[in-house]
Design a protein around this ligand. Structure first.
Ligand code: IPM
Ligand code: MG
Length: 368
């Protein structure tokens, strides 16, 4: 059988640096575990714009559609802020999500014990935290029509449209329930049914699917503003949070910060199963391109390495190897190894981006 295929789109800013560390892990799996990937690489975001005048070429889009999984670094940077909206780096990312139809975005927010003191909240509030946000990723206000800036009388009006069909809600709800079955059997569905019709429909559809097909799952509904408050107040009340595209964008940043560092959080964006049974999939860190620290060896590669671990779990049926990588990271953190973003009151051993990758590889070696 052919090796599983992976397309790496490192992107901008710290993207290429953190991706270099993932490549070490991929190399390690090939050498030590006989798990070989066919890896190809291409450009996305500002890097693609610089080379081709667009943030994602049709050729790259076609490659992304053909591989078993895409691994993305980050896109964007101040250099591109003044570009036309249609060619901004972010449009490359949004095109990948939309055309691959990656409707379920899984964003875990997990607090590593060694980092519990890094949170802006108290240790007891966050220690042991393990939340999974399931964000709808290809519909809602990010894509709804009409959209644009129009002229009305003697002034302009900016319009975006929140739009959800029953089937768009249903498929992401099923993703969340399936995931909940493998976790704590608990889902909190989040919308603003008090002010938005799309929220009323969301609530109805999610409840109906739960009642018909997932009676074992405890489902509660929460307004998005309350959810933001509850996340900061008692985050451990949550297990799986299911929500729409825009609320998911906001709440996942909030949940991320509970864990102490944005440099630690991975994500998976999953679509419908392909002919080989694997879901269409793209994996990326939650953090951005961090242009202010790019090229200085300061970036934390852990979020991207954990994103690759998610790929092993959700695309390649290699959950044991994913767990091995997660344990190696836990070990390195417990040993006090720290990139710049993780240097805190407890001191620790400062390392560069590449140093962190080397320590993780050493911990993987030690795990054999
Ligand atoms: C995210 C980001 C993106 C989003 C941007 C870069 C378009 O904030 O993945 O959360 O808003 O979805
Ligand atoms: Mg975001």
């Amino acid at each position: 059988m052919a090796n599983p295929s992976l397309l790496i789109l490192a992107g901008d800013g710290i993207g290429p640096e953190v991706m270099a560390e993932v490549k070490k892990i991929i190399g390690w799996l090939g050498d030590k575990r006989g798990l070989v990937f066919d890896v190809s690489e291409d450009l996305v975001g500002g890097a693609a714009y610089d080379a081709h005048g667009v943030p994602l070429t049709d050729e790259t889009m076609a490659k992304a559609q053909a591989v078993d999984a895409v691994l993305l670094g980050a896109v964007g940077g101040p250099k591109y802020d003044t570009l036309d909206f249609a060619v901004k780096p972010e449009r490359g990312l949004l095109r990948l999500r939309k055309e691959m139809d990656l409707y379920a975005n899984l964003r875990p927010a997990q607090c590593f014990d060694a980092l519990a003191d890094f949170s802006s909240l108290k240790r007891d509030v966050v220690a042991g935290l393990d939340i999974m946000i399931v964000r709808e990723l290809t519909s809602g206000v990010y894509f709804g029509e009409p959209r644009g800036i129009f002229t009305e009388g003697n002034e302009r009006v900016g319009i975006n449209t929140q739009r959800y069909t029953e089937s768009q809600i249903a498929r992401v709800a099923r993703s969340a329930f399936e995931l909940a079955k493998r976790r704590g059997n608990k889902v909190t569905s989040v919308e603003k049914a008090n002010v938005m019709e799309s929220g009323i429909l969301w609530r109805e559809v999610v409840q109906k699917i739960r009642d018909e097909d997932y009676p074992e799952i405890a489902l509660n509904h929460m307004y998005a503003d309350n959810c933001a408050m509850q996340l900061v107040r008692t985050p451990k009340q949550f297990d799986v949070i299911l929500t729409d595209n825009l609320f998911g964008d906001i709440l996942s940043d909030c949940a991320a910060m509970l864990t102490g560092s944005l440099g630690m959080l991975p994500s998976a964006s999953l679509g419908a199963p392909m002919a080989n049974g694997r879901p269409k999939a793209m994996y990326e860190p939650v953090h951005g391109s961090a242009p202010d620290i790019a090229g200085q060896g300061k970036a934390n590669p852990i979020a991207t390495i954990l994103s690759f671990a998610m790929a092993l779990r959700y695309s390649f049926d290699q959950g044991d190897e994913a767990t091995r990588i997660e344990a190696a990271i836990e070990k390195v953190l417990a040993d006090g190894i720290r990139t710049a973003d993780l240097m805190g009151p407890d001191g620790g051993v400062p390392v560069t981006t590449s140093g962190m990758g080397d320590h993780i590889v050493a911990a993987l070696d030690a795990s054999l």
